[in-house]
Design a binder for this molecule. Sequence first.
Ligand SMILES: Nc1ncnc2c1ncn2[C@@H]1O[C@H](COP(=O)(O)OP(=O)(O)OP(=O)(O)O)[C@@H](O)[C@H]1O
Ligand SMILES: [Mg+2]
Length: 358
Amino acid sequence: MSEINLTPELIRAALTTVKYPGFSRDIVSFGLVRNIEVSPEGAVTIGLVVESKNSDVPRYICENVMGVVKELPGVKKLDVNIEHHAPAKVKARTPNDDPADWKSSVPGVKHVIAVASGKGGVGKSTVSANLAVALSRLGYRTGLLDLDIYGPSMALMFGTKERPGCSEKEQFLPVEAHGIKLLSMGLMVDEASPVAVRGPLATRYVQQFLRDVDWGGLDFLILDMPPGTGDIQLTIVQTVDLAGAVIVTTPQEVALIDARKAVGLFQRVETPILGIIENMSYFICPSDGLVYHIFGEGGGDREAMKLNVPLLGKIPLDISTREGGDHGAPVALQDPGQSRVAAAFHGVAQMLASQLGE
Ligand SMILES: Nc1ncnc2c1ncn2[C@@H]1O[C@H](COP(=O)(O)OP(=O)(O)OP(=O)(O)O)[C@@H](O)[C@H]1O
Ligand SMILES: [Mg+2]
């Protein structure tokens, strides 16, 4: 019988079964394993680096690494050394600082707000676009970054086909539409060419979008998150110093379940939940004026109460909202005095701005 040789490669392969807590990705592909040493006597030393604000994360990883490696044949002694530090912070923000120095990993941006949902198709992009427009209408310099690289929709929602430029410092220059600075994968690729990017490359694209854009000084940057709570979402919440997250849901239980997962993602990295927006909340029938709760009633209220966060607004299911999205003119551009939906989005924008001290 031939003996299996205990090598660093064998141990590294075994470590690919240890997942980062809460995610499908393993600690090797995340780059957490710094070194693996094996002595001829079977003494194994593993060095890991964990960057997280949460001290439970290194403890959980250490326990799992020990469990997996101890089982390997030939391991006589095991040392796991974890270097744990919180993500690097840029210096603190004060109102008179130069925008370039503000505490944010997106240079020149004061508040970065992520709009997320967990479940797809509940209206993140619609809410992101209209929230950005409403903030801009309130006088704030606002940008919008569409981070859904598989299904970007912002180019369509803002009715622009202009390609982003490139600055002297070789950074992307966002395009402008309806007073918003906008950057989207939809502006970088032809409609016909699907974005065939997967795994680590997708993560790299997202990181580049978060770092290499010359926003030119913004009060708010809205991040339209891709659906789900997987690796790309984790990269985003770990890369950017977010002011907070807004969770979009419909009142339906299936959407609420996924909204809870999204809340969990942000809580794991200690990002405040700024509130919940209940989209497709109700429908007012144009012919009889009656209110119909197509996706159920009160789900957003109950969830907000449970989480102890504000319900920022209830957005009705409404034809002009869908049309605005399809025709490149977000409904929040309309006069809030004339449009119930525009008024709802302006209300959300006001609540968020005041929560963030603006
Ligand atoms: N309040 C609303 N009233 C009417 N239509 C809406 C409303 N909100 C969203 N929609 C429509 O529903 C569809 C899905 O919305 P949207 O693209 O904003 O969802 P999403 O959560 O960003 O989806 P994805 O998960 O694919 O990114 C779009 O066609 C949009 O126009
Ligand atoms: Mg979307």
